[in-house]
Design a protein around this ligand. Structure first.
Ligand SMILES: NC(=O)c1ccc[n+]([C@@H]2O[C@H](COP(=O)([O-])OP(=O)(O)OC[C@H]3O[C@@H](n4cnc5c(N)ncnc54)[C@H](OP(=O)(O)O)[C@@H]3O)[C@@H](O)[C@H]2O)c1
Length: 243
C-alpha cells in the first residue's frame, strides 16, 4: 500500500484552512499547518491525529520561520506532496489613505510569504517529480471592488504566479491552480454590515453565501488524482456572483 500523501496548508487554525484540514484528514492525508496562535481546533487535531497532524506557531511575515517550518515537515513526514497557500489578510480602505507600512505589511503576508512557501515546498516536489499546489485567491482578483485594491492586487499576483508556474512546473509533473472563492462565513468577513451582506446576496444568483465545506470539497478535488489534467487555472466557486 502507498504511504499517505502529505499536504501543507498555511493558516489552518480556523476558517477555510481548518475546513480543508478536516477534509484532508478524513481522506487519510497527513496534514502540516501553521498559524500564529493555537486554538481548540489545533489542540483537538494534535490529540486525535497524532501521527497525521503537525502544527507550528509561525508568523508568515517571518521568512526564516517559514523555511524552518518546511524543513521540519520534511523531517517529520519525509516529503511534501501538496501545498495549499491559504493565509491572507483582508485590508479595507481607500488606497489614498494607506500608509507605507500598511501596504508593505499586506504585501508581505499575502504575496511574499506564499511565494517563499511555494519555493521551499516545490524543492521537495521537484526532487520527486510530482506535486500539487493550490493558491487560495479571491473574486476580488477578477472583479473590481472599491476599498480593497491592495487585497485585490495580492490575489491577482497569486493568480499570475499560478499561470507562469504551471508552465515552469508542468514538465516536472507538478500541477498548480488558483481556487477563487466568493464570500463564505469566516472571521475575515465578520466585519460585513447587514446592508453589505444583503447586497452580496442580491448579486449572487444562488442567493446565499457559500458554506465553507463547499469550498474545501473543491480544494480536495483539485488536489486529487481525479483532477490530474487541470493546471494553470482559476477555479471559481462563488455562487455566480462574478458572472
Ligand atoms: N472569507 C471569505 O469570504 C473569503 C472569500 C474569498 C477568498 N478568501 C480567502 O480564503 C483564505 C482563507 O480565508 P478565511 O476567511 O478562512 O481566513 P481567516 O478565517 O481569517 O483565517 C486565516 C488563517 O490564517 C492564519 N493567519 C493569518 N495571518 C497569519 C500570519 N501572518 N501568519 C501565520 N498565520 C496567519 C490565521 O491564524 P492566526 O490568526 O492564529 O495567525 C488563520 O488560521 C484567504 O486566502 C482569503 O483571502 C476568503
Amino acid at each position: 500500500m502507498l504511504p499517505p500523501k502529505t499536504v501543507v496548508i498555511s493558516g489552518g487554525s480556523k476558517g477555510l484552512g481548518a475546513a480543508m484540514i478536516s477534509a484532508f484528514l478524513n481522506k487519510g492525508y497527513r496534514v502540516a499547518t501553521f498559524s500564529r496562535q493555537s486554538n481548540g481546533f489545533i489542540t483537538q487535531q494534535q490529540l486525535s491525529n497524532t501521527n497525521f497532524f503537525y502544527w507550528e506557531s509561525v508568523d508568515a511575515n517571518d521568512l526564516s520561520k517559514i523555511k524552518s517550518f518546511v524543513n521540519n515537515v520534511n523531517s517529520k513526514f519525509g516529503h511534501i506532496d501538496i501545498l495549499i497557500n491559504n493565509i491572507a489578510r483582508l485590508a479595507e480602505g481607500l488606497l489614498v489613505f494607506s500608509s507605507d507600512n500598511e501596504i508593505i505589511s499586506l504585501l508581505n503576508t499575502n504575496i511574499l510569504a506564499p511565494i517563499i512557501l511555494t519555493r521551499e515546498c516545490s524543492k521537495s516536489m521537484l526532487k520527486r517529480n510530482t506535486g500539487v499546489i493550490l493558491n487560495v485567491s479571491s473574486i476580488n482578483a477578477i472583479k473590481g471592488h472599491k476599498g480593497v485594491s491592495l487585497y485585490s492586487a495580492t490575489k491577482a499576483a497569486l493568480d499570475g504566479m499560478t499561470r507562469s508556474l504551471a508552465r515552469e512546473f508542468g514538465p516536472a509533473n507538478i500541477r498548480i491552480n488558483s481556487l477563487v472563492p466568493g464570500f463564505f462565513d469566516s472571521d475575515m468577513v465578520s466585519y460585513l454590515s447587514e446592508n453589505r451582506r444583503k447586497q452580496i446576496l442580491k448579486r449572487t444568483p444562488i442567493g446565499r453565501l457559500s458554506k465553507i465545506e463547499e469550498i474545501s470539497k473543491v480544494a480536495l478535488f483539485i488536489c486529487s488524482e481525479e483532477a490530474a489534467f487541470i493546471t494553470g487555472q482559476n477555479i471559481v466557486v462563488d455562487g455566480g456572483i462574478s458572472c
